[in-house]
Design a binder for this molecule. Structure first.
Ligand code: NAD
Length: 470
């Protein structure tokens, strides 16, 4: 029976980095090498002061314990492939920007080139594990590539082992996963490979949480889980529109609905919409898959989850404009939070980007504060979001600052776009005292305005019932 002694992980990103660092921590007898073509990223993982390239609570602690012991980061992809018994493919799979399926299908170029590299380099048998989120039946094409290129005497077993961690809680999720899912061919060799990977996880995950299924079920389960999570958000957001039109309170509705044990309270908070690199991409993938399978009704059903999310973001921008007397031209808006959710520096598909793009197109001035996102990243995201506007022009309208209070000073509106905990502690009394007011505007009009804007934010925990005084 195969026993895994050396693991290689191709892709040192948000998934490959934390996942394989935790494997190294929990399996001191296994040598784990994480490789990436991006030298700057690898250098950051190797930096002497542990300035790792992604922000994730608890991650640095894990890396400190294992790096140099049984955890290595390298750009030498071939060497790591050669030495490993088991290889995770954890590369990015973004939505295709052009060609067949553009805007929906996953771009499998990175998966394919990593797979081809394995086929070209390997001189001994390997278990190849698909960790990236991929459309159903990608393992099949990986197998075709590997088998067509393998040398005599070497065999490749393909497993699907999708990752369910959530950014911001990745380390906690990896320490105590709800489940680990492993898909394999139901052949003797397939089951044997599956057992070898299950044994790795069994070092810290209870046996009953390690689920083994067929390859295609495993691939589809990842898309299904993300689609259903996103669907809850779009459902509650759709209800928030009804609440705002009727005066019902979405927090009360969500609380009441979540008490039903069949529904449950999690993932039921209304917000400006979901972001992140996965939900939209994976649903679009499911839409594409449904269409390829000639299931147009199924495709339309899932597509609506994404459309509702777009609607929620634009509805929020519109509310801001409406609340500021139907124009924000020349007005000053603070945006607190730029990451797509709290406890991460990841900005991919962040709702904040869409909002700021809308505000800029209305020629408002925007001041941004986020505790983790770098200035460089913010400029890059805004340039991409406004491709026809030169960066110098954007910079005339946007200021990036280093504290929430600084951002809120002399503004006409404040938007909380990310639910960072530190925003719960903002002294609203001070913010209020330092905000701009329109000439002749009384306290109560002002207060109603602030409350309306904030009401839509993720942070319904924020207590705005502070005493404004007179
Ligand atoms: P990422 O962009 O952060 O990391 C991918 C890394 O792979 C990049 O650093 C890139 O340089 C590297 N890479 C690409 N091609 C390579 C090659 N041929 N050889 C070596 N390195 C290569 O992406 P991520 O967020 O870690 O996501 C990876 C996969 O995991 C995606 O399929 C995603 O859908 C899935 N996933 C992501 C999350 C999440 O929360 N981010 C959660 C579950 C699953």
């Amino acid at each position: 029976p195969v026993q895994v002694k050396k693991i290689c992980c191709i892709g040192a990103g948000y998934v490959g980095g934390p996942t394989c660092a935790v494997i190294a921590l929990k399996c001191p007898h296994i040598q784990v090498t994480i490789v990436d073509l991006n030298k700057a990223r690898v250098d950051a993982w190797n930096s002497p002061d542990f300035a790792v390239p992604i922000y994730e609570p608890g991650l640095v602690d894990v890396v400190k314990q294992c790096r140099g012991r049984n955890l290595f980061f390298s750009t030498d992809v071939d060497k790591a492939i050669l030495e490993a018994d088991l290889i995770f493919v954890s590369v990015n799979t973004p939505t295709k920007k052009s060609g067949v399926g553009a805007g929906f299908a996953a771009d499998l170029n990175y998966v394919e080139s990593a797979t081809r590299r394995i086929a070209a380099v390997a001189t001994s048998s390997k278990i190849v594990v698909e960790k990236s989120t991929v459309p159903c039946r990608t393992a099949e094409s990986m197998r075709t590539i590997l088998e067509a290129n393998s040398r005599p005497g070497t065999r490749f077993d393909i497993l699907s082992n999708p990752e369910f961690l959530a950014e911001g809680t990745a380390i906690a999720d990896l320490f105590k996963p709800d489940r680990v899912l492993i898909g394999s061919l139901q052949t003797t060799e397939g089951k044997e490979a599956c057992r070898a990977l299950a044994d790795v996880y069994a070092n810290w995950v209870p046996q009953e949480r390690i689920l083994t299924v067929g390859l295609w079920s495993s691939e589809l389960s990842k898309l299904a889980a993300n689609a259903m999570l996103a669907q809850r958000i779009s459902s509650i957001n759709a209800l928030s529109a009804i609440c705002e039109a009727t005066g019902a309170n979405i927090d009360e509705v969500s609380h009441a609905v979540g008490f039903d044990s069949r529904i449950g309270p999690k993932f039921l908070r209304a917000s400006v919409g979901f972001g992140g690199s996965c939900f939209q991409k994976d649903i679009l993938n499911l839409v594409y898959l449904s269409e390829s399978l000639h299931l147009p009704q199924v495709a339309a059903y899932w597509r609506q989850v994404v459309e509702m999310n777009e609607y929620q973001k634009s509805r929020f921008s519109k509310t801001v404009v409406d609340t500021l007397f139907n124009t924000i031209t020349g007005k000053h808006i603070a945006v607190l939070g730029f990451a797509f959710k709290a406890d991460t520096g990841d900005t991919r598909e962040s709702a904040a980007i869409s909002l700021i793009r809308d505000f800029l197109s209305e020629r408002a001035f925007v001041t941004i504060y986020d505790p983790q996102v770098s200035e460089e990243q913010i400029w890059q995201d805004l340039s991409e979001a406004c491709p026809t506007t030169p960066l110098e022009t954007i910079k005339k309208q946007v200021t990036i600052v280093h504290s929430a209070l600084e951002a809120c000073t002399q503004k006409e509106a404040i938007i909380i776009a990310t639910e960072w905990k530190e925003f719960l502690e903002i002294d609203w009394q001070t913010v209020y005292a330092n905000m701009n007011r329109f000439q002749g505007e009384g306290h109560w009009a002002w207060r109603a305005r602030v409350k309306t804007v904030l009401r839509h934010s993720l942070s319904s925990d924020i207590d705005l019932n502070f005493n404004i005084g007179h």
